[in-house]
Design a protein around this ligand. Structure first.
Ligand SMILES: [Zn+2]
Ligand SMILES: [Zn+2]
Length: 77
């Protein structure tokens, strides 16, 4: 999962990279401990391991929250 970096011009902020696939976050989910991963990376991990993929604390899938996508913001109405 995740986008290939060469689809983006220039440098990519490391904050927008997934620690599991090392690619740009795709459909990012944030953990209660503040880590962010692709939904497709973190969901199977949390289901199996029951913890944050960087091993900082135990979490459940219910604690994962969607963060704003990196795409263009909603136009004002
Ligand atoms: Zn990922
Ligand atoms: Zn964490």
């Amino acid at each position: 999962m995740g986008f290939e970096l060469d689809r983006f011009n220039g440098d990519v902020d490391p904050d927008f990279k997934c620690n599991l696939c090392n690619k740009v976050l795709e459909d990012p989910l944030t953990t209660p401990c503040g880590h962010v991963f692709c939904a497709g990376c973190v969901l199977p991990w949390v289901v199996q391991q029951g913890s944050c993929p960087v091993n900082c604390q135990r979490i459940s899938t219910k604690e994962l929250n969607h963060v704003l996508p990196l795409k263009s913001p909603q136009p004002p109405r």
